[in-house]
Design a protein around this ligand. Structure first.
Ligand code: ATP
Ligand code: MG
Ligand code: MG
Length: 289
């Protein structure tokens, strides 16, 4: 059974390490300054390509596959290693967090999921239909679509997954953080209203946007479930990277995506840049000139 931990997971290392999202046990310490993430072929291919792409400064450096205790891992740069007691935020980008192929597959082989039903009623006991209540289970695409209407994914093109601050406070309960004002409030709290850090983040986000608009990798991939990892510390260092490429897949042939136009099933658009535009605008609104 996979152990799900909604809060911080850290493992012993020469410096503390924090995992804000995903399954506990998916990560292990690597060589100094590196971490190991449970092997995923899709992620390996993306990291290899991204390390050769113009997006390289915005993704963790990749160091190949490593075997440990009979398991395979992708070894990559630990983005926290240059920070001193960092504050961290994970924002999952895009207007949907499942691939089109997952939707197609789920329809072909409908599988009832009790775990997703449990998660749904934990947030909103009135969300399941009468039939779903009777089955005490729901279909995966239904859960995913429902979840995206609760958070800001569907309306802003990104959602906050978790925030861990230098003072030790941690919040991974942003499932219902949907409106612009709620997001603004969370961002202000994340940076303790520090204007210098806010400005550094906006600068970095704008540079990332330009890099994305010119990236060969980005135009030729559907980027789903990927996050921006925000990290800053009291020295004023503030950076943002793209992480999590387990659901970033190449498009067939010469197909490209615009990443801003609305998603219509079949066009594979992910709304990544639309979400980034919104994120930059919300960050900018928080800055008091
Ligand atoms: P999920 O798909 O549920 O989001 P996952 O198992 O694919 O989870 P990631 O999203 O890649 O895992 O990472 C989970 C968390 O681990 C991130 O929110 C971040 O806190 C931390 N993390 C991931 N990669 C790095 C990295 N290269 N450096 C530092 N921290 C990282
Ligand atoms: Mg993730
Ligand atoms: Mg993932």
């Amino acid at each position: 059974m996979v152990h799900w931990s909604p809060f911080i997971v850290s493992f012993k290392k020469r410096y503390p390490w924090i995992q804000l999202a995903g399954h506990a046990g998916n990560f292990q310490a690597g060589d100094y300054g590196k971490i190991l993430k449970r092997y995923c072929e899709c992620e390996q291919q993306c990291l290899e390509l991204l390390n050769k792409d113009s997006l390289h400064p915005y993704v963790p450096s990749y160091f190949g596959v490593v075997e440990k205790d009979g398991e395979s891992y992708n070894q990559m740069e630990d983005l926290l290693s240059e920070f001193e007691s960092p504050s961290i935020m994970d924002c999952k980008m895009g207007i949907r967090t499942y691939l089109e192929e997952e939707l197609v597959k789920a329809r072909e082989k409908p599988k009832l999921r009790r775990d997703m039903y449990e998660k749904m009623i934990a947030v909103d006991p009135s969300a399941p239909t009468e039939e779903e209540h009777k089955q005490r289970a729901i279909l995966k695409p239904r859960y995913m679509q429902w979840r995206e209407t609760l958070s800001s994914t569907a309306t802003l093109g990104f959602r906050i997954e978790g925030i861990k601050k230098a003072d030790g406070t941690c919040n991974t309960n942003f499932k219902k953080t949907k409106h612009k004002e709620q997001v603004q409030h969370a961002l202000e709290d994340f940076v303790n209203e520090n204007q210098t850090i806010l400005k550094s983040y906006v600068t970095r986000l704008k540079e990332l946007r330009t890099a994305l608009e010119h990236s060969e990798f980005f135009t030729s991939h559907e980027v789903v479930g990927s996050s921006l990892l925000f990290v800053h510390d009291k020295t004023g260092l503030a950076k943002v990277w793209m992480i999590d490429f387990g659901k970033t897949v190449p498009l067939p042939g010469t197909q490209t995506l615009n990443h801003r136009v609305p998603w219509v099933e079949g066009n594979r658009e992910d709304g990544y840049l639309w979400g980034l535009d919104n994120l930059i605008s919300i960050f900018t609104d928080v800055i008091q000139d």
